[in-house]
Write a protein that binds this ligand. Structure first.
Ligand SMILES: O=C(O)CCC(=O)C(=O)O
Length: 308
């Protein structure tokens, strides 16, 4: 496929207009989404965690890239960002045909260090259709899930630039309009555009568009804040109940609690039953946030008991 222009719009563009661009191109840049002060505060929240994060060690994740997660638990500023009405409005407009509720899928600060090579082009929706197997086992893909993914839009992602993103420092490379290609027709190099943007601007992209982090040939880190949203009925990539456990989630904004997954989606997805005491069954997850649970262990017969 030939290269298409990466569309850029002001951050307050109505969601319906942005959703149309996303449907056609799979991506759009929102200019000046966050102020300089907001970016400084996010960087202050995240710096200790980013500095302590070890480099990834896989062909996909890179060898000079760090990925720092659990950002809702770790950063008050990321919490505000995740429920920014402009973002939630766009998520709800774009994903509305495929679900009644939405949730967080991934929160990650991605730092591409000098010397990193370009990431392999991919679609983020492959998280649901590719099979995790040793490298020599075929097929690599579940064909039913791969086909299902072409009939829905399972996710919407944002990458907020915490540093400037340039063609030389590893700006995300994305192929606008690559959303309808078959999974095995990976666009050639010429189809990709570097999502160059100033810090504070944001790349919004879908699970269907081919993209990957660029190579960092500069002497400075490229840092992006990646927040992905998915449909309420799909499995989240980052297990939010573990990354943001009830002890932390109980003090968060109810909108954020629901986005993490502490809410029933539809008539019956996601209720829970506390293992003890007997008699409390089929509860809303909000109950787990209201009532601190006492530690439980299994006794010698394998039955749950409170730890006294
Ligand atoms: O960091 C980037 O620019 C993109 C990263 C990405 O696509 C991924 O890790 O799945």
């Amino acid at each position: 496929m030939s290269q298409r222009e990466l569309q850029r719009r002001p951050a307050d563009t109505p969601s319906e207009e942005l959703a149309k661009i996303l449907k056609r191109d799979g991506c759009v840049v929102l200019k000046d989404f966050a102020s300089k002060t907001q970016i400084e505060s996010i960087n202050r929240d995240l710096q200790p965690f980013i500095n302590a994060t070890a480099k990834s060690s896989s062909d996909f994740g890179g060898f000079k890239t760090t990925r720092t997660g659990a950002l809702i638990a770790r950063s008050p500023r990321c919490r505000e960002l995740a429920i920014d009405p402009r973002m939630l409005g766009l998520v709800e407009t774009f994903l509305a045909p495929y679900a009644n509720t939405f949730q967080l899928h991934v929160t990650q600060a991605i730092r591409v260090l000098p010397g990193e090579t370009a990431q392999m082009p991919h679609r983020d929706r492959w998280a649901w259709s590719q099979i995790q197997l040793p490298p020599d086992v075929e097929p690599r893909v579940n064909p039913v899930l791969a086909r299902l993914m072409t009939e829905i839009e399972p996710q919407l992602n944002v990458m907020l630039a915490l540093t400037d993103f340039t063609a030389t420092n590893g700006a995300t490379r994305i192929a606008p309009g690559s959303t309808q290609l078959p999974d095995d027709e990976i666009p050639a190099d010429e189809a990709y555009v570097s999502a160059e943007m100033k810090s504070g601007s944001m790349l919004v992209f879908t699970g269907a568009v081919f993209h990957g982090a660029g190579a960092n040939e500069s002497e400075h880190d490229r840092v992006g804040l990646n927040i992905d949203y998915t449909l309420g009925w799909l499995r989240q990539e980052d297990n939010q109940y573990l990354s943001c456990p009830p002890e932390i989630a109980k003090d968060l904004d109810p909108k954020l609690q629901a986005l993490l997954g502490y809410a029933v989606a539809g008539p019956s997805l996601g209720y829970f039953t506390p293992p003890l005491p007997a008699g409390k069954d089929l509860c809303s997850p909000r109950r787990a946030l209201r009532e601190a649970s006492k530690p439980i262990r299994l006794d010698a017969d394998g039955r749950p008991e409170f730890v006294e």
